[in-house]
Design a binder for this molecule. Structure first.
Ligand code: NAD
Length: 488
């Protein structure tokens, strides 16, 4: 059945569909970056409320600033902005159709339709998922990158901006001048302190052309921090075929895991849906949840992928069905990361390790080792090395974390144990490979890369453990090193 408003009642009976009157919904949110993640996460929470007769004046208007977003708009227009979500639960697959989106702004180079829509009074939240790299911040210093050509363009042409942030500033100027007032900017990208980053980008960009507007935005708009979590793979022929098997013709179905989390600072200057009634959590302490996720889930990914890449294991669920790697994740997480992670309401760090272990093991989610091993040069410093520092400071074990770093160094040498080549997977690959080759005979050469390790090479407990593990990996292989650690 080709998905649209008219065919909803023809879908197979086991597919849940909107029970609310979509023609009665009114808009409240513009979402920029209508990727898969938004549709499986934020739009799902809103749909849940609408299924209960709530938030009917908060429907989503899709938007984007890239040509591919116009392609997405035309696909969704064909199906009346209905979305098929397919849940990949290890115990079975199920589908539902969500209806919280009611429109999509035409995507043009000058972003005029987007600015005009965001300037209207019914829009009270402008949300976005434009990827972690989309905020024009320096990855190391986290400072705003005023020299980027896109930013320079928007500073010189504030009424015809290219970036989402220029468009937001232009719309906010109209709202200020017409008395409509501010909206909330809600970042849903995977960045620590994402609201603060969004504020910095919008305000700093506005300041380049209109300091008064920048001050007004800073004083009147709110930018809540939030932590988002749900594994949502990209859609390809497999996902479209899966929707077809379930009885739905959808040009852009979304698959997702059977877990979602959304932790949001309750700081909305123009109102908000009661997302908490659909399972989201409003809190003043997003940071504690972020820390648990980053150290255990994101750090956990790095713990397993170095070894897995060297052993030629292709997926994250494949890692978890390798007994040595699964045990390695559990031991390092419980003994070396958990001591530095605080509990959050309803969850201890130990139970979070158990949860992540089962999420990683979900065989229906095809998350590749290669994807997760990408960008080790930003992920190790962001997700693993802080746990090493905490362990050194507190006198808790760091052996498994040192072995994680040795496995990364082994991976960056560029070959697997079966002799095959590991393709470059990092912006700094060339430098990493030079260091990894030198470290084969002299492990200290790897941790001397102070752009990642800072002064950790001078910490004897870390340096000695790292030296021992990298030598053992090269002498006896990755599995032997993991088993030595597990036996200790
Ligand atoms: P996607 O590729 O399906 O969609 C990305 C969207 O962002 C598209 O609309 C694209 O046009 C837009 N975009 C990309 N780069 C941009 C840029 N520089 N400026 C403006 N727009 C840009 O990706 P997705 O799966 O929806 O993931 C998007 C983001 O959501 C991730 O980067 C991450 O921050 C967050 N997230 C994703 C997942 C997941 O499992 N997919 C999980 C947690 C968080």
């Amino acid at each position: 059945v080709k998905l649209n408003n008219k065919t909803l009642s023809d879908l197979p009976a086991n597919i849940a569909v909107p029970t609310y009157d979509r023609s009665a919904l009114t808009a409240g949110i513009v979402h920029i970056g209508l990727g898969n993640f938004h549709r499986a996460h934020q739009a799902w929470y809103l749909h849940r409320l609408m299924q209960n007769g709530q938030a009917l004046d908060w429907a989503i208007v899709g938007a984007g600033v890239r040509p591919n977003d116009e392609t997405r708009r035309l696909e969704l227009l064909e199906q009346d902005y209905l979305n098929t979500l397919i849940e990949l639960d290890p115990s079975g697959i199920s589908a539902e159709v969500t209806g919280a989106m009611i429109d999509f702004v035409p995507v043009t180079a000058d972003n005029a339709p987007l600015i005009a829509r965001m300037a209207q009074a019914d829009i009270r939240i402008v949300a976005m998922t434009v990827t972690e790299g989309g905020y024009y911040i320096d990855p190391v210093t986290k400072a705003f990158d005023a020299n980027h050509p896109d930013i320079q363009h928007d500073a010189a042409n504030p009424t015809t901006p290219k970036t989402p942030f220029g468009a937001m500033a232009a719309a906010l100027k109209i709202r200020r001048d017409t008395g409509v007032g501010p909206f909330t900017g809600l970042c849903c990208d995977n960045l620590q302190g994402n609201g603060a980053i969004l504020r910095q980008t919008v305000v700093s960009l506005a300041r380049l052309s209109d300091p008064d507007l920048a001050d007004w935005i800073d004083a009147n708009c709110s930018f809540p921090n939030s932590m988002v979590d749900c594994i949502v793979p990209a859609t390809g022929p497999t996902e479209i075929a899966l929707a077809h098997e379930l009885g739905i013709e959808d040009l852009a179905p979304v698959t997702h895991e059977n877990f979602r989390q959304w932790i949001i600072e309750d700081d909305f200057c123009a109102g908000r849906p009661d997302w908490d009634k659909a399972g989201a959590v409003f809190t003043d302490d997003v940071h504690a949840y972020e820390m648990m996720k980053i150290r255990i889930l994101n750090g956990g990914h790095q713990i397993i992928v170095g070894a897995a890449e060297v052993l030629g294991i292709e997926t994250i669920s494949g890692c978890m069905s390798n007994s040595a790697i699964a045990a390695f994740f559990n031991k390092v997480a419980l003994n070396e990361i958990v001591p530095h992670v605080h509990p959050v309401p309803g969850r201890t760090p130990e139970s979070y390790v158990e949860l992540i272990s089962s999420r990683f093991a979900n065989p229906r989610i095809v998350d590749t080792t290669r994807r997760v091993a990408f960008d080790g040069s930003s992920r190790h410093p962001g997700f693993v090395i802080p746990s090493i520092r905490d362990g050194l400071a507190a006198g808790t074990p760091i052996e498994g974390l040192a072995l994680t770093e040795a496995a990364w160094a082994r991976m960056c040498e560029g070959t697997r144990e079966d002799g095959s080549t590991i393709q470059p997977n990092d912006p700094f690959w060339t430098d990493l490979q030079v260091a990894a080759k030198a470290a084969k005979d002299d492990p200290a050469k790897w941790i001397a890369q102070d752009q990642f390790y800072g002064d950790l090479a001078n910490e004897p407990r870390f340096a000695e453990a790292f030296d021992k593990w990298l030598r053992l990996i090269w002498a006896e292989g990755m599995t032997a090193a993991l088993k030595t650690y597990l036996a200790a």
